[in-house]
Design a protein around this ligand. Structure first.
Ligand code: FAD
Length: 473
């Protein structure tokens, strides 16, 4: 049997990995990862996290099958046809990652392989169902979440695929980049050491362990998922973003648990709805590839957003003076993560109170989040800004003080990131902020500038701007 190339992307797992199973069933396998333009265009934190996923996968590949990932630098259409010819490969297997730049790269590779004996085979697995499986009655794409979710639940997610029992590695490998000297994120503008200390364990085993731990406490999810001061959500987004766990597998495991454990069932149902939000975001990105660049509602194309400004810089530096907003932005800088409720409040502050272009906020999140997901990030930014699908109407403006009172009632989350600097984590965070260049000074005693007057003024300004825009001819 001729060997196959397994072209890794965001599928660093062995369970439910169709490309891996297909390649392993067809003869010797050469797993390859490419440092290409599409990867370099991604945010630094996401690349830093991807490296951890790659190393964990490689270690497991060695342990299980004595194989290793070949890391090469260059564009797929240049590198892969030559590599296939060099090893005499008959096929090239790839799990689908339906992100626009990646789709374009795959198409170009397909053209480069035309006329060669090498078949490029794409396998589903990044989503619960095939991207085009859900259509409205008139055959179009869904634009509203609720009917989309209903339709998905009606057909049910695809079943997870199996796991390759064995994989025969290819010997006589071409030379690649040394994995132990790899640095996919040399431009990480933050304390790498701090991020490393706050990192959640990477890899498939860690993802499965996290899921197991979450299911043990899922009964509280529905009631507590909006509380940033509690550990109520799953924390699985990084694993999903890296493909260390597949959504079909996740759905199957969680559903089985819900059946077996009636007390956890409502919490798990709410959790699965969030997984459908992820699916909906990808559905929109596939149907509307400009989701990260253009307002989903075309009538917003000319909205006079503010561009770069001192206010944006303060927001990026977590110095807005609004407790919940600054706490979230600091949490993101120190850990690469931010609670969903706080993401919404921070994004609302930037777009609604500061009237700043949502794309600037989106770019900051894309550079800073270790769970960066092109679809979820774009859909949610547009949702908060008011120009996206199922949009929060422009007049719905999160009041960060009320949000804080409701979802961080004792102020534990805000104190942790702003005032208290409690415990070892606080010491590290303080040392990190202290080490930043001038301009990054963080006041030791943080003062709340979110007075009711200031909040009301911001809201009034936003409403007036939107009203003027809507009345303009
Ligand atoms: P859980 O509550 O445990 O949810 C389980 C899973 O459901 C998540 O892991 C995620 O895959 C999915 N999910 C949950 N909420 C959403 C949502 N609102 N939209 C889409 N999927 C969701 N999520 C990302 O994964 N990457 C991003 O880049 C990203 N950017 C965001 C930007 C903004 C402005 C906002 C408001 C939200 C963004 N989200 C993003 C969605 C959400 O904040 C995270 O998915 C969530 O905080 C991850 O934590 P968790 O895994 O503990 O979530």
């Amino acid at each position: 049997m001729p060997p196959s190339i397994l072209w890794l992307c965001r599928d660093f797992r062995f369970r439910d990995n169709a490309a891996l199973a297909a390649a392993a069933g067809a003869g010797p396998v050469l797993p390859v990862f490419l440092i290409d333009g599409a990867l370099r265009a991604q945010g630094a934190a996401s690349r830093w996290r991807l490296q951890r996923a790659l190393l964990a996968f490689d270690a497991e590949l060695r342990r299980r099958h004595g194989a290793t990932v070949l890391v090469l630098e260059g564009e797929p259409w240049d590198i892969l046809p030559a590599l296939a010819a060099r090893i005499g490969a008959g096929s090239l297997h790839r799990n689908d990652w339906p992100e626009p730049a990646t789709i374009a790269a795959q198409q170009r590779l397909g053209r480069a392989l035309a006329g060669t004996p090498v078949r490029l085979v794409l396998h589903p697995g990044h989503l619960l169902v095939h991207p085009r499986a859900l259509r409205t009655g008139s055959g179009g794409a869904y634009r509203v979440f609720t009917p989309f979710a209903r339709a998905l639940r009606a057909i049910g997610p695809d079943r997870p695929g199996g796991e390759a029992a064995s994989l025969s590695p290819l010997t006589d490998l071409p030379r690649g980049l040394a994995l132990d000297r790899l640095d996919l994120a040399p431009d990480l503008h933050r304390g790498r050491a701090v991020l490393e200390r706050h990192a959640l364990p990477a890899g498939e085993a860690a993802a499965q362990a996290r899921l197991g731990d979450f299911l043990d406490r899922a009964a509280g999810y529905a009631a507590q998922r909006d509380r940033p001061d509690l550990q109520a959500t799953s924390g699985l987004s990084e694993h999903l973003a890296m493909g260390e766990i597949g959504p079909r597998d996740l759905w199957a495991i969680a559903s089985a648990r819900a059946k077996a454990d009636p007390a956890a069932s409502p919490g798990i149902a709410a959790f699965l709805t969030e997984l459908i939000w992820r699916e909906f975001a990808w559905h929109l990105l596939i149907e509307f590839p400009r989701l990260a660049r253009q307002p989903w509602r075309p009538e917003w194309a000319d909205f006079p957003w503010r561009g770069d400004s001192a206010a944006l810089t303060r927001w990026r530096r977590a110095e807005t003076g609004i407790a919940l907003v600054d706490a979230g932005l600091r949490e993101m800088r120190v850990t690469g993560r931010m609670h969903n409720r706080v993401r919404m409040v921070a994004a609302s502050w930037l777009t609604k109170h500061l009237l700043t272009d949502w794309r600037l906020g989106l770019a900051h999140f894309a550079d800073s989040l270790t769970d960066w997901d092109p679809a979820a990030n774009a859909m949610n930014w547009q949702w908060v800004a008011g120009c996206g699908p199922d949009a929060a109407p422009f007049f719905r403006i999160f009041n960060p003080e009320r949000q804080a009172a409701q979802f961080d009632p004792q102020g534990r989350y805000r104190r942790r990131w702003l005032l208290g600097w409690q415990g070892a984590e606080g010491e590290e965070a303080r040392a990190y902020f202290d080490s930043l260049p001038p301009g990054w000074d963080v006041p030791r005693t943080w003062q709340d500038r979110a007075t009711p007057e200031r909040l009301a003024q911001g809201r009034a300004r936003a409403l007036a701007a939107h009203a003027a825009f809507r009345q303009a001819p």
